[in-house]
Every structure is written in structure tokens, then in C-alpha cells.
Design a protein. Structure first.
Length: 263
């Protein structure tokens, strides 16, 4: 589905279902340099089980027009505009990595529009090494390699994809290769610069789930502890077999956790 927000075209995957304002809504927010398809299994399931689904391509990603947002706060303020554009009220937000920070900030800034948040592969602060930022700034292949290797558990190159015939490294690299120059650096810098995490977490009043990969080296579980402690009543689920790319590395476990949380 396509929508114009602030003069820019936005694409949202809706699981091929018409939206109905009377049904509950789930919004999926992807991570740095990625797109809506990162939530392929999870978004499709909820779309076929009674919910409105908006798996968004953030501006400058996938099929959505750029430029990308330079800050987490700007992206968080954009999400309610998308809901307004589709004629929807409140929504549950499911965010991965950068998207998890957007979901957190949106829940803090727009509590009337957010029913609950699921933060996948989250950490705070979400700092990015200078070498990674510099390679991304120069749009070098090295930056895409860093994002891909660090973004998966170590067993992934050994054929650990749960989907037969698919290659997780190749899938991620293909997405990154489609980006306009500078988009990955923009996203990484937005995560690195985000400084309001703990204050915003303390303002979150809706139910919150932190879904973490035990083998995650990009946002290790211990780095999510400050957020978990700051969000009142939050719950943490640790997936032992996954690295940072949980939706692809452990798709069924992620889906099961989301089904329970959103029930």
C-alpha cells in the first residue's frame, strides 16, 4: 500500500488485506539499512489473523521516498502521521534495532496512539563504533560487511538459515546494496546520537516486551538491561539460538513471543 506523508510517498506492506479501523493494528518498524520485508513471516501471520498490518518502509528505504530521518525523534513523530493517513487510531508497535528505538520514543511522545511496544534486538545506548560509522560515511562495502557479519550469530555462515535454500548473509547484503548512498550512515548515526532512551523509557506506560538474542554481538542482551529496568512492568524474552537478526534467524520463536504478547 502507498500513502503520501509530508509530501513523500510511503510504502507499507499490509499482508494483502484491506485495512479496517475497527480491527487492532500492528505497525512493524525495521532496523538500520533494512526494509519492511525483514518482518516477512511475522507481518504476514498477523495480517491473516484478524489484525491490520503496516510493515513500513521508513523514508529512504525500500519503496519509500527519501530522504531518511536524521534522528530517532523525527521518525517517532512520523509514525502517528502514517496512522492518520491510513485512518487508524492506536497501534501496537514492533520495532527491530533502530526501529525499536523509534517504537520506544513514539510510545513516550505519543502515548494515546500506542497500545504496546515490542522491542527486538534493542539496546541503550545503541552506540556504533567510529570505524563502522566512517566506513558507512564513505559508502564502502566494508560497512555492509560489518552490518551483515555483526548482525547475525556466528553459526549463520555455516548454513543455519531455518529456511531451506536461503542464505542469510546474501539476503542482508542484497538489501544493503539497494540503499542510496549515505542511508546506512544516516541510520547508524541516528542510533549512535539517540540520547533520550532512559528518560523516554520511564515515560512509557503501555505494556512492553524486550525480545533479545542470546548470541547478539551488535546489541548484546546485557545492553538492554537499563531499558528493561526503566520501563515499568516490562518483560524480557531471551532467544538462545539467535543473534541480532532475530526475525530471520529464529522466525518461529519470534512469532510465538509476539503472538503471546499481542494476544
Amino acid at each position: 500500500m502507498n500513502l503520501t506523508v509530508d509530501g513523500r510517498q510511503v510504502f507499507a506492506y499490509s499482508a494483502a488485506h484491506q485495512l479496517d479501523a475497527a480491527r487492532p493494528t500492528v505497525v512493524f518498524l525495521h532496523g538500520a539499512g533494512l526494509d519492511h520485508s525483514w518482518f516477512g513471516l511475522q507481518s504476514r501471520y498477523f495480517g491473516y489473523h484478524g489484525r491490520n498490518v503496516l510493515a513500513l518502509d521508513l523514508p529512504g528505504h525500500g519503496r519509500s521516498e527519501g530522504p531518511p530521518f536524521a534522528s530517532i525523534e523525527a521518525a517517532a513523530d512520523w509514525v502517528p502521521k502514517v496512522l492518520d493517513g491510513f485512518g487508524l487510531g492506536k497501534a501496537a508497535l514492533v520495532g527491530h534495532s533502530m526501529g525499536s528505538l523509534i517504537a520506544l520514543e513514539c510510545a513516550a511522545r505519543h502515548p494515546a496512539r500506542v497500545e504496546r511496544i515490542a522491542l527486538i534486538g534493542v539496546a541503550y545506548p545503541m552506540k556504533v563504533s567510529e570505524a563502522f560509522l566512517d566506513a558507512a560515511r564513505r559508502n564502502e562495502q566494508e560497512a555492509f560487511d560489518m552490518s551483515t557479519i555483526w548482525g547475525h550469530a556466528a553459526q549463520v555462515p555455516l548454513g543455519a538459515n531455518p529456511n531451506p535454500g536461503m542464505w542469510l548473509y546474501g539476503d542482508t547484503l542484497a538489501r544493503l546494496a539497494r540503499l542510496a548512498p549515505g542511508v546506512l550512515h544516516n541510520d547508524l548515526k541516528a542510533c549512535n546520537d539517540y540520547a533520550a532512551g532512559l528518560q523516554s523509557a520511564a515515560r512509557v506506560k503501555c505494556p512492553a516486551l524486550l525480545l533479545l538474542g542470546r548470541l547478539d554481538v551488535m546489541t548484546p542482551p546485557k545492553a538492554a538491561a537499563p531499558l528493561a529496568q526503566s520501563i515499568a512492568g516490562s518483560r524480557t524474552v531471551l532467544i538462545g539460538s539467535s543473534g541480532h537478526s532475530l526475525m530471520a534467524e529464529a522466525p518461529d520463536a519470534v512469532l510465538d513471543a509476539l503472538i503471546e504478547f499481542l494476544a
